[in-house]
Design a protein around this ligand. Structure first.
Ligand code: FE2
Length: 373
């Protein structure tokens, strides 16, 4: 029997200029046919952010299976599960579900039991732990910042290539107040956001708005990431926009890092090609960059200069009118194209405000395709 498809693709309330985001209705994520998956895959690569509402009953297993369909050769969590054993800055933010170790519980507050996890103390990252300056305590309820713009990726390890997609499900969302997100970078830029929003910007839009000269630079330059980047940067402090770090010489020395294997260092094109549309996305993790490799073979390794160049490329793309700040409701499942968008957490919760999100992404075996692919 054939049933007429009831699948609907609807726009989400993203700012028009951001050019991304779509909601899909009428698909059962726990029972996806190959045709269903193709609809999701196409939507993801065309819109970068895909929203499904009312997914409370979807199991961690089915969440993992959704990621696995995008990367059928991958079974390992995007950062592996080693972050717990190290001085990585990601360590406090992730609690692995014992029954589905590719899925992490993140959020805020105390969770007595969830999916085999016992007595989990979750802590939503606050910008004051990472930024060099912080919003004064008296203003902290009403104002916030972008915490850290990033790609979900280990960025170290030959077989730990950036995940294609991250799935993020809101299990529990505390009652929302709103905050004003300040850029605090000498501009008056700000955004009115829901508490604990996740902010997204499209890498494709970021590329599109560059000058021709900057586009050419972006197309022909590669970024070398620091070895063990999340340990390397663990003492460094962020710019107020969350778009990279100050260069105060606080990065760990190679002698202070775990053993470094040369072949595990990742060097990626600045521009990653969308596998469906062929569009180029400016995809740089601004806090993890270490060197730039120019087309003529020159390597820029002055870290302050590297960061200045990267900041100059990325800052136009996080202008307020280009940011989609998702207003989470319980049951929201968001898939985002991790090779075509940057994202960041925002906001600050009181210790008693319980928030639970399930996050999954898988380290890929294939590196992102560059402009010449
Ligand atoms: Fe992330």
């Amino acid at each position: 029997m054939t049933v007429e498809s009831a699948v609907q693709l609807l726009p989400i309330p993203a700012p028009a200029a951001s050019q991304f985001g779509v909601e899909i209705r009428g698909l059962d994520l726990a029972n996806l046919s190959d045709e269903d998956f193709k609809i999701i895959e196409k939507a993801l690569y065309e819109h970068q952010v895909v929203l499904f509402k009312n997914q409370q009953s979807l199991s961690p297993y089915h969440q993992y299976q959704l990621n696995h369909r995008f990367s059928p050769n991958s079974t390992i969590y995007g950062h592996s599960n080693n972050t717990k054993k190290t001085a990585s800055i990601l360590h406090p933010d992730l609690k692995t579900l014992p029954n589905q170790p590719q899925v992490q519980l993140i959020g805020n507050g105390f969770v007595p039991e969830y999916e085999g996890l016992q007595n989990a103390q979750l802590k939503h990252p606050h910008h004051k732990t990472f930024h060099k300056t912080a919003i004064p305590e008296a203003e902290d309820l009403d104002f916030t910042r972008f915490y850290r713009w990033h790609i979900d990726a280990a960025l170290y390890g030959a077989n730990m290539q950036p995940p294609k997609v991250t799935t993020l499900m809101a299990v529990k969302v505390p009652g929302g107040r709103r905050q004003v997100l300040r850029y605090d970078d000498g501009t008056d830029d700000n955004l009115n956001v829901s508490l604990g929003t996740t902010a997204f910007v499209s890498g494709e839009k970021s590329y599109e708005i560059l000058s021709d000269e900057a586009k050419e630079f972006a197309r022909t330059t590669r970024v070398e990431y620091a070895p063990h980047p999340y340990i390397w940067m663990s003492k460094a402090k962020s710019l107020p926009t969350g778009l990279g770090l100050f260069s105060d010489g606080l990065e760990l020395l190679e002698s202070e890092l775990p053993d470094v294997t040369e072949s595990d260092i990742q060097i990626h094109p600045i521009c990653w090609k969308n596998p469906v549309t062929g569009k180029l996305a400016l995809q740089i993790h601004p806090s993890a960059v270490r060197k730039l490799h120019l087309k003529d073979g020159t390597i820029i390794d002055d870290i302050a200069k590297v960061r200045d160049i990267v900041y100059g490329l990325l800052r136009p793309g996080i202008a307020p009118e280009l940011v989609y700040a998702h207003d989470w409701e319980e049951g929201d499942m968001v898939l985002f194209h991790n090779r075509g968008a940057l994202h960041t957490v925002c906001g600050a919760f009181a210790p008693e405000e319980v928030r639970m999100f399930r996050q999954c992404n898988l380290a890929d075996t294939e590196a992102p395709a560059g402009p010449d692919a």
